[in-house]
Write a protein that binds this ligand. Structure first.
Ligand SMILES: Cc1cc2nc3c(=O)[nH]c(=O)nc-3n(C[C@H](O)[C@H](O)[C@H](O)COP(=O)(O)O)c2cc1C
Length: 369
């Protein structure tokens, strides 16, 4: 029996297997709207690339976008265009659909990677970024520190985007508190040097992310799960530590968080990451063990047996893939075959299962039409 291809239930949502399509920015939105590209990109993933498919980081405000081409969910137009995509995925796909809600904080106002990444120049309509403190990411422009009104505004933006996500019909919402974006900036002592109740020890630094979480959990349907993506470490001395992240995850669990998606890094240009197959899995395992909450492992998980072992050994409850499923959106189908397991296909594609047609020529059934 495959553990990777066994179902799991969070609140009232049952996912048919443990594979997750990780959020992947596409940088193809205008004014935050989902385009035909998203229909194609998320549509193909919803056909079974994972039991659960996440949207890319979907920003709660225009100034919270990483780039001007990022997906957003602050306007009625954003809601309408994204609903079209998610309705399509739910009608024709076999996966549960999740949204990742995000605010880039001091890492906003950037160029899309294909245009050379890095902060927008003066002639490219840059905007004033926001952050916990006026501490810049490397040599990028310093953010404006959020005051009480600013904090209330950002929280309200997350709440409004959560309400829109519920109306669209998403099965899951995940808040992005990783990769150096706003919530991570609050958590990390590298970016949060506040001396009010939102700074100082980890209790202070996690205060604002927890307030946002509480406010959003309150408007998200009780029956549907909510998770948070964290960076388990800043990979730099004096940065956010795994112990502190475990504290944050414990507090999230107490507040009704259903899973933690465990990534790492992104908050300092000087980070020294030790890369290798499954390099973030030990962080996921530690959060699971010490917090007692379902976790997703992500990062350089590329082989079916590797993914199977991560779930079977209890290191993680889910395995998320990004580049591997972009390379091969049918990764899950082939992995199921390699592991002798079954997985879901849309009915229209059921006839491509090799055991139904790639038999010996004498017994090959002809196509009916
Ligand atoms: C093109 C691309 C876009 C990404 N965008 C996001 C994103 O929107 N939100 C996020 O949390 N991570 C994002 N990531 C990180 C992935 O979700 C994932 O954590 C990372 O790529 C490691 O997994 P992999 O080794 O399977 O690719 C992105 C990665 C790629 C390659």
């Amino acid at each position: 029996m495959s553990h990777l291809f066994s179902p799991i239930t969070l609140r009232d949502m049952t996912v048919s297997n443990r594979l997750v399509v990780s959020p992947m920015c596409q940088y193809l939105s205008k004014d935050g709207n989902a385009e035909d590209w998203h229909l194609m990109h998320l549509g193909q993933m919803a056909m079974g690339a994972g039991g659960l498919v996440f949207t890319e980081a979907t920003h709660v405000s225009p100034e919270g976008r990483i780039t001007p081409r990022c997906l957003g969910l602050w306007s009625d137009d954003n809601e309408r265009t994204l609903k079209r995509v998610i309705d399509f995925c739910k009608t024709h796909g076999v996966a549960k659909m999740g949204i990742q809600l995000a605010h880039a904080g001091r890492k906003a106002s950037n160029r899309p990677p294909l245009q050379g990444a890095g902060p927008l120049a003066e002639n490219e309509n840059p905007w004033q970024t926001l952050g916990p403190s006026e501490v810049a990411y490397g040599d990028w422009p310093a953010p404006r520190a959020l005051d009480d009104d600013g904090l209330a505004m950002v929280k309200a933006q997350f709440v409004a985007a959560t309400e829109r996500s519920a109306r669209i019909g998403f099965d899951v919402v995940e808040f992005h508190a990783a990769h150096g974006y706003l919530m991570h900036q609050f958590l990390s002592p590298l970016s949060n040097v506040r001396n009010d109740r939102y700074g100082g020890s980890i209790e202070g630094r996690m205060q604002f992310p927890l307030e946002v979480f509480d406010a959003c959990r309150a408007v998200w349907p009780e029956a549907k799960p909510v998770g948070v993506r964290v960076s388990a470490t800043d990979w730099i001395d004096d940065g956010l530590s795994v112990d502190e992240v475990v504290e944050f995850c414990k507090a999230l669990k107490e507040r009704g968080c259903d899973f933690i998606d465990v990534s790492s890094g992104g908050n300092h240009p000087g980070q020294k990451i030790t890369l290798g197959p499954g390099y973030q899995v030990p962080f996921a395992e530690r959060v699971k063990r010490e917090v007692g909450i379902p976790v997703m492992a992500v990062g350089l998980i590329t082989e079916p047996v590797q993914a199977e072992n991560i779930v079977a050994s209890g290191q993680a409850d889910f395995v998320a893939l990004a580049r591997g499923v972009m390379d091969n959106p049918r990764w899950a189908w082939h992995a199921a075959r390699a592991l002798g397991a079954q997985t879901d296909y849309p009915p229209q594609y059921a006839r491509c299962k090799p055991d139904t047609w790639r038999a010996a020529p004498a017994v090959m059934a002809p196509a009916a039409e």
